[in-house]
Design a protein around this ligand. Structure first.
Ligand SMILES: [Zn+2]
Length: 341
C-alpha cells in the first residue's frame, strides 16, 4: 500500500464508525458520555456473537449467505475482547471477506505510522481505524473530560489516564492512543504515559490490599463526579469510593444499599486531614468488591443519622457486570433463541 492508499483506508474505517455510531444513536444525549457497548452493537447489527476458547486467535468474522457471525476468545481480558469485537464488527459493516485475527491487531499502531501500512492489507487498516473511532469517538473523550473536570494537565498523569480508560472502555494504551489521535496529548506525553504499568497504577490505589485477579481486576476510583454513571465492570473489579463528607455538620455517607445488594466492603476509613486545614471537608474512603450483586442501581446517601431526610446528598451509580469469560453464545441472543423456540 502507498501512503495515499493507507490514508484512504483509515478514512473509510473512520467514516464507517461514525455512520454506525449515528445509526445506533450512540452519538446522542446521555449516550455520548457512556462507553460503547460493543457486544450490544454487534447484536443490533444482526450478527451472531459467540465466545469460545481459541488457541492463538483473538477473534474471527464469518459470513455465509446474508448471515454474519463474530467469535471472540474467552481466554483474553475484557479490554482485548472489546477491541477485537470492534475490529471484527468493522470487517462486517465495511463489507469485508471472512477473516480471522491474531494478536497482530493489537501490536499495530491504531493510526498513521509509515512503517506499518506497507505490510498491512487495506482491509485490516480499515478495520483497525473503524475499531479505534468506534470504541473511542471524539465525543466520548470530550464529554468524559467535561464530566470529570479533566484538562490536559490532569491527563499528563497516568493515574488519571487509567481512570479515563475504564470510563472509555478501552485498555490503558488504547486510551493513550485515542487521546493522541484527538490531539489532547502530543507524542512526548504519549511515550511518557505508555511507560507506566497499569498494574502499578491499580496497586497504588489499594494501600496494600491485593488484587483479586492480577490480570483481570480493575480498580475504579469513584467520586461525586461519577453521579449517574453507568459502571460496566468486570466480575473481579474493585471500587474505591472517595467522597467528601461534611462531618463537621454531622453528615456521614452510608453504604447500606451497597451491602444489601451483595457488595463486600473491604475497607472503610477517612483520610487524615492535612495539618493547618481545620474545617476542610473530611474525605471518606471505602473499598468495595462486587461479588454477586442483586441490583444494578445504587443510591448512596450522605445525611445526618438523626435526621436522614434533611437535605441529604446522594450519589447514584448504575452497575452492570460485563461478562467475558463464559463460552457460548452472547447471553441476550441465547435467551432470545430460547423464547423463539
Ligand atoms: Zn482483521
Amino acid at each position: 500500500m502507498t501512503r495515499h492508499q493507507d490514508q484512504r483506508a483509515i478514512l473509510k474505517g473512520m467514516k464507517g464508525a461514525f455512520r454506525l455510531l449515528r445509526d445506533l444513536g450512540l452519538d446522542q444525549g446521555q449516550k455520548r458520555a457512556q462507553r460503547v457497548d460493543v457486544f450490544d452493537c454487534i447484536d443490533r447489527t444482526g450478527a451472531v456473537l459467540m465466545f469460545q476458547p481459541l488457541d492463538k486467535l483473538l477473534g474471527a468474522f464469518m459470513k455465509e449467505g446474508g448471515a454474519a457471525g463474530i467469535i471472540l476468545n474467552t481466554e483474553r481480558p475484557l479490554g482485548m475482547q472489546r477491541f477485537t469485537a470492534a475490529h471484527e464488527l468493522g470487517h462486517w459493516v465495511l463489507g469485508h471477506d471472512p477473516h480471522a485475527d491474531d494478536e497482530g491487531i493489537l501490536r499495530r499502531g491504531p493510526l498513521a505510522d509509515g512503517r506499518v501500512f506497507k505490510r498491512v492489507p487495506p482491509e485490516e487498516r480499515e478495520a483497525d481505524a473503524f475499531a479505534s473511532y468506534f470504541l473511542l469517538p471524539a465525543h466520548l473523550i470530550k464529554t468524559q473530560m467535561e464530566v470529570q473536570g479533566w484538562d490536559v494537565h490532569h491527563l499528563a498523569n497516568p493515574d488519571t489516564v487509567y481512570q479515563a480508560a475504564l470510563r472509555f472502555g478501552t485498555s490503558y494504551a488504547g486510551a493513550i492512543y485515542g487521546l493522541e489521535r484527538e490531539k489532547v496529548i502530543g507524542q512526548d506525553l504519549r511515550r511518557q504515559l505508555l511507560a507506566a504499568k497499569p498494574k502499578d497504577l491499580k496497586l497504588a490505589l489499594l494501600d496494600g490490599q491485593p488484587l483479586p485477579n492480577t490480570r483481570r481486576s480493575d480498580v475504579w476510583l469513584l467520586t461525586e463526579r461519577d453521579e449517574g454513571a453507568v459502571i460496566e465492570a468486570g466480575r473481579d473489579d474493585l471500587f474505591l469510593l472517595r467522597l467528601n463528607e461534611a462531618t463537621g455538620a454531622g453528615y456521614v455517607w452510608t453504604f447500606d444499599e451497597l451491602k444489601e445488594a451483595g457488595f463486600a466492603i473491604l475497607k472503610d476509613g477517612r483520610e487524615p486531614v492535612p495539618e493547618g486545614q481545620l474545617g476542610a471537608p473530611t474525605v471518606r474512603r471505602v473499598l468495595a468488591q462486587a461479588g454477586h450483586p442483586t441490583a444494578n442501581t445504587f443510591r448512596l446517601k450522605e445525611c445526618r443519622p438523626w435526621d436522614p431526610d434533611d437535605d441529604p446528598q446522594t450519589l447514584t451509580l448504575h452497575y452492570r457486570t460485563a461478562t467475558s469469560d463464559e463460552a457460548g453464545q452472547f447471553e441476550r441472543q441465547r435467551l432470545e433463541r430460547l423464547t423463539v423456540q
